[in-house]
Design a binder for this molecule. Structure first.
Ligand SMILES: Nc1nc2c(ncn2[C@@H]2O[C@H](COP(=O)(O)OP(=O)(O)OP(=O)(O)O)[C@@H](O)[C@H]2O)c(=O)[nH]1
Ligand SMILES: [Mg+2]
Length: 195
């Protein structure tokens, strides 16, 4: 699949803001700062589409982007960010879980994990939610430029093994910075959209 065009549609905080467009959705979740918004920009070849920051907690709402006028890419707020209040953490969890439980058009959830690290308890919770709601998962190992090419395969294996049921999920290593991995990831997205 090729992405020819992409545009920001809207942000949503509560169910009532849910877009009324009848399109399939591919959502992106992951720990704060893992590279979700950077991935949106890399995949759509538009460095200004989603806002990026070196400090975690940048994306605070559910953001919808229309891709190829065909499907929606959904950038979710990051979790696991220590420096926010308990109330705010609760509101983020509610936003993410609310989105996952209400989306009728969600075809796959990309769970982003930093290729260098073991999945956290929050990451594991995302896999549990996905399994609970029957959502297909694509694991995306981000910031792959940060480790040597020769070590990537072993890291991907380690990530898969650390997730119960994760062995069956497709996994793709990407680098939004050095711009690689998009082709394999877009193949997985296309598969999820056509099932
Ligand atoms: N080296 C490297 N850095 C990256 C890559 N992708 C993102 N980053 C950096 O990681 C930081 C966070 O990127 P974002 O895309 O804003 O992360 P996010 O997951 O959207 O973060 P929140 O919105 O806070 O949850 C920024 O400083 C990016 O430049 C990558 O592939 N390689
Ligand atoms: Mg973000």
């Amino acid at each position: 699949m090729q992405i020819k065009n992409a545009r920001f549609l809207k942000s949503m905080k509560k169910e009532a803001d849910y877009p009324s467009l009848d399109m399939h959705e591919i959502a992106i979740c992951g720990k704060s700062n893992v590279g979700k918004s950077s991935l949106v920009n890399y995949l759509t070849n538009n460095s200004k589409l989603a806002k990026i920051s070196s400090s975690p907690g940048k994306t605070r709402l559910v953001n919808f982007f229309v891709v190829n006028e065909e499907f929606l890419l959904v950038d979710l707020p990051g979790y696991g960010f220590a420096r926010v209040s308990k109330d705010e953490k609760k509101s983020w969890a509610a936003m993410i879980e609310g989105y996952l439980s209400h989306s009728k058009q969600l075809r796959a959830l990309m769970v982003l994990l930093d290729i260098r690290h073991n999945p956290t308890a929050d990451d594991k919770l995302m896999f549990e939610w996905a399994a609970h709601f029957g959502i297909s998962v694509i694991i995306v190992a981000t910031k792959a430029d940060k480790i040597a090419k020769t070590k990537r395969h072993a890291q991907l294996d380690m990530i898969k093994k650390s997730i119960s049921g994760g062995v069956d999920y497709p996994i793709v290593a990407v680098s939004s910075q050095n711009r690689f991995g998009a082709e394999s990831l877009l193949d997985e997205i296309e598969k999820a959209l056509t099932i």
